[in-house]
Structure formats: structure tokens, C-alpha cells
Design a protein around this ligand. Structure first.
Ligand SMILES: Nc1ncnc2c1ncn2[C@@H]1O[C@H](COP(=O)(O)OP(=O)(O)OP(=O)(O)O)[C@@H](O)[C@H]1O
Ligand SMILES: [Mg+2]
Length: 483
């Protein structure tokens, strides 16, 4: 007899000994036991709704209640190899749910049934939220925005799964930015020092060396783990970035999440959220993480596509207001954790089309990030790489990170550089006669060395200590003393 049946028998027996031998009672008990066995085998009632509209990117369903952000499966006609299309709830109006597909939806029929993807318990704070694999076993791997391996290296060796939405950190508990992070690039280490937990923007037009610069940082940084999110860029670039730019050395301690331009806008958003989730996992394990997101602009564009499709009105240059809410929400997840924990230092690329710094996304990014590195087309065209425009770039956390001496040297560096740049045309056409202004003379004399300091080959590493020492060396001779 099973223990609970024994207990029941004992209760009955103590109340009325005559019942213990009642044949009817025995028959009922048997029945109940059979039902008890069958109950766990029964399939729960499947909730489903119906597809009523599919126009452009948006699907509409009725007959089911699901929270925004929840995943859904939509049945495809028999014979379709996929069986089910996946979608996500992106909004609703009255009883109508707006869904956006995350997979191929060719073949959907009117009236197709819509099922909730996961039936999570109601009291779970993450109910209905998507969870994706995370773990140290994912280092060296390339995955898509749904956590499926793209590199053909077999199944992922993940430790756990984590919510795509992250858990907000109390801003008062965050560790302030106090230690520099060696990014392996001389101009940044010395002149635009980046701290652990700082969020930087990399502002540039197309083809001026963003990917190469990010790759240099990924290869040479002193961070423990690198998470790369390739969002909305060309598919070809993904392979190129991994094989040529990141290289064997870089990939070993990296996880790459790739959501190229040909995946649905929802998957592009999810790719960025997933990369951030992975970075959060490593940070919470105490690692110093470098998160590289290429690009924040494509992330904003994906959100614009979705928002416009579900009827949000465009506001600033075609971008609906939700875009400007999504950007800080993504960026705020990175940074330092509570004291004693790990950090996420992040670099987000921002496209400045036609090198327009006034683009609304660039503007918004500049406001929410802790500094920006601007790449200049003029420099790139003249073969000056990395094409960092030192005068236009700033690291807002730098003052708290460097010595007074370095701060002073940076000031002198920028002053000398800008003095030369301002008079460059005059100097070039020979309209400036040497000896007229001692400071300009010094700037002219120093310029070749400044230029050399700023340039760095793709396969050259400049560690933090050496970068600082080289900066000091520029100003340690008598000539630099008075600059
Ligand atoms: N440090 C460097 N040294 C030498 N050449 C460089 C360096 N950085 C970039 N380049 C040159 O610039 C080219 C473009 O660089 P990259 O692909 O990084 O640009 P991008 O800004 O990422 O372009 P896109 O907008 O197309 O993604 C490279 O193919 C390379 O020839
Ligand atoms: Mg690129």
C-alpha cells in the first residue's frame, strides 16, 4: 500500500472501525487511485487564439490573452517542414494582439491557431519572458539571437539560462568607475582613458575603420571576457569579423551573438538584448567584461521598424518615441555591478551617415553614454589609422582615472595638436613664416611625433603602461616642457 493510502486507511479506521471492511468503500478507493494515476498523464487544456490579419511585418490574433513580450507559436499548414512559426507579442489593441514573427512565416493561413510559447507560473516574476542559454562553456562560440550555435561546433555547453530582460541594479549600489581598462589601443589608453564599467560610443560613418578598431580592442584588451553583438550589419561581415578581425586569439575568450541585417527586426533587437544578457552573466560571476555592440544605430532602426509597423507615430526624423526609450534601457544594463563584483565596459558603434553628428540617434547616444570616440573620414582617407579624431572625442570618466601628470600631458597634447590643425592650411601653403609664433613653431616641430603616437597598426598591441610612458616621453624633453 502507498504511504498516503495507508494514512487515509488509518484515518478511516480510527473514526469508524466498521468502515474498514466495507466493500463499497474499497471499490471507491480503487477508482480514486486509478484516477490519481491518470491525472498526471492528462494533457493540459491548450489555450489558443486565431490569426485574423497579417499585413507587412505585423500579425494580429484574437481569442487569446498574452502579455507583451511573450513568445507565441503559430501553426503552419500541414506539409510545411517548420510546423510552427515563432512570434512575439509586441502590443495589443482591445482584444487584438499584435505579434511580430521571429522566424520565416511564408505559408501562414488566415485563422491559423496561435499558442502561447511557454506557460510559466503566474507568480514567477519572469513569467512569459524569454530565457536563453548563458555560461562559461559558451566562450569561443558564435550564436544567433535565439542562442542557437552558428559555428557548427555542436551543441552549446551552457550552464544556465537567463532572462533577456536582466534585473535592474540599484544605482546607489553600483560601484563607481575607478580603475582604467587596458583596451590595447594607444590613443585610447593614453588620451581617452576608459574605465572599467564605462559605456563608450564609437561614432563613425561607413568604412572608416570601426570594425578594425573594435577587433583590436577585442584582441588586446585586458578584460577577462569579451561579448560581441553584431546587430543588423551585413551577413558577410560576421564571418569576416570573426575570422580576420577577432582571430584565433580573440575568439577564445569571446562569445559572438550575430543578428545580421537579413533576420527579422525582432531578432535584431533580441540579439542586442541577448549579448547584454551574456555580458551580465559574466559580470555577475565577477569577470571584467568588454561588450562590443556593432551597431547601436541598427538596433534603433530595428525598433523603428517595429514601432512604425504597429502604428506608433514617427516623431524625430522618422524615429518614434519608443526608440529613444529603448536605447537607455539597453545601455543602462551595462556598467559596473555592486561593489566587489565584475564590470561591463561597453563600446557601442553609432553610425553617423554622411558623417552627420546631428543624427537623432547619435544625439541620443551621446547623452546616455559616458563618452565617445569619433572616427574621422578625413583621417582615414589620408591613411591615418585608427582614424580617431582626438579633438572631437572625449572620455567623461577620465578625470577620475588618471594621474594629474597624465591629465596635464593630455591637455598639452590636445593643445599642440589643435594649434597645428588650426594653422595647418597656412603652414601648408607656406603662408606661415617660422619664428613668428613660438607656440606654433613648437607645434610644427612636434606634429610628426604626435601623429606617430596616434597611429597604430592593426596587429600592433599597445598596453596601458607603455601607452602612458610613451605619452610622457613626448613631453619629457626640453622642447615639450613649455608647450
Ligand atoms: N588600423 C588600421 N590599419 C590599417 N588599415 C586600417 C586600419 N583600420 C582600418 N583600416 C582599413 O579600413 C578599412 C575599413 O575598415 P572597417 O571594415 O573596420 O570599417 P567599418 O567602419 O567597420 O566599415 P563598415 O561601415 O563598412 O562596417 C579596412 O579594410 C582597412 O583597409
Ligand atoms: Mg564594420
Amino acid at each position: 500500500m502507498e504511504p498516503d493510502a495507508a494514512a487515509r486507511a488509518a484515518i478511516v479506521a480510527t473514526h469508524d472501525p466498521a468502515l474498514a471492511s466495507n466493500p463499497h468503500l474499497a471499490a471507491w478507493r480503487e477508482r480514486m487511485a486509478a484516477i490519481g494515476h491518470a491525472a498526471p498523464l492528462a494533457r493540459p487544456l491548450l489555450r489558443s487564439g486565431r490569426l485574423t490579419r497579417a499585413a507587412g511585418l505585423v500579425l494580429e490574433a484574437v481569442g487569446i490573452r498574452m502579455p507583451v513580450g511573450a513568445g507565441a507559436l503559430i501553426e503552419l499548414p500541414p506539409g510545411n517542414p517548420l510546423k510552427m512559426a515563432e512570434a512575439e507579442v509586441v502590443g495589443f489593441q482591445g482584444d487584438r494582439l499584435f505579434l511580430m514573427p521571429t522566424t520565416e512565416v511564408a505559408g501562414l493561413l488566415p485563422g491559423a491557431r496561435v499558442f502561447p510559447l511557454e506557460v510559466a507560473p503566474v507568480d514567477d516574476p519572469h513569467a512569459g519572458q524569454k530565457r536563453l542559454p548563458v555560461g562559461f562553456g559558451m566562450l569561443g562560440r558564435v550564436v544567433d539571437s535565439a542562442g542557437r550555435p552558428l559555428d557548427g561546433l555542436g551543441p552549446l555547453n551552457s550552464q544556465a539560462d537567463a532572462s533577456l530582460h536582466g534585473t535592474p541594479i540599484n544605482p546607489l549600489l553600483r560601484d563607481p568607475i575607478h580603475a582604467p581598462l587596458d583596451v590595447g589601443v594607444r590613443a585610447i589608453n593614453a588620451l581617452l582613458t576608459v574605465g572599467r564599467g564605462q559605456r563608450m560610443g564609437l561614432f563613425a560613418g561607413s568604412g572608416v575603420g570601426k570594425s578594425v578598431l573594435l577587433g583590436m580592442m577585442a584582441r588586446y584588451t585586458s578584460a577577462d571576457v569579451i561579448v560581441v553583438g553584431l546587430i543588423g550589419e551585413r551577413g558577410r561581415e560576421v564571418k569576416e569579423f570573426i575570422e580576420q578581425i577577432l582571430g584565433q586569439e580573440g575568439i577564445k575568450r569571446s562569445v559572438v551573438v550575430a543578428a545580421p541585417a537579413d533576420v527579422t527586426p525582432l531578432m535584431r533587437l533580441q540579439g542586442a538584448a541577448y549579448a547584454t544578457t551574456l555580458a551580465e552573466f559574466f559580470r555577475d560571476q565577477g569577470c571584467n567584461v568588454l561588450l562590443i555592440m556593432d551597431s547601436l544605430t541598427r538596433y534603433a532602426m530595428a525598433q523603428r521598424e517595429i514601432a512604425l509597423a504597429i502604428g506608433e507615430p514617427p516623431a524625430t526624423k522618422g524615429y518614434p518615441p519608443s526608440v529613444f526609450a529603448k536605447l537607455p534601457a539597453l545601455v543602462e544594463r551595462t556598467g559596473n555591478g555592486p561593489k566587489g563584483g565584475g564590470s561591463i565596459t561597453a563600446f557601442y558603434t553609432v553610425l553617423t551617415e554622411g558623417d552627420d553628428q546631428q543624427d537623432p540617434i547619435a544625439d541620443s547616444a551621446r547623452a546616455i553614454l559616458d563618452g565617445h570616440v569619433v572616427l574621422s573620414r578625413t583621417l582615414a582617407e589620408s591613411g591615418h589609422y585608427p582614424a580617431i579624431d582626438i579633438e572631437a572625442s572625449i572620455s567623461r570618466a577620465m578625470a577620475a582615472l588618471v594621474t594629474d601628470q597624465q591629465f596635464e600631458e593630455v591637455r598639452k597634447f590636445k593643445q599642440t595638436l589643435s594649434r597645428y590643425q588650426r594653422n595647418r592650411d597656412l603652414i601648408a601653403v607656406g603662408a606661415y613664416a617660422p619664428g613668428r609664433d613660438a607656440q606654433i613653431d613648437r607645434a610644427i616641430a612636434m606634429y610628426p611625433r604626435l601623429e606617430m603616437f596616434l597611429q597604430q597598426k592593426m596587429l600592433e598591441r599597445a598596453d596601458y603602461a607603455t601607452s602612458i610612458a610613451q605619452l610622457s616621453a613626448l613631453f619629457s624633453n626640453a622642447q615639450g616642457q613649455h608647450a
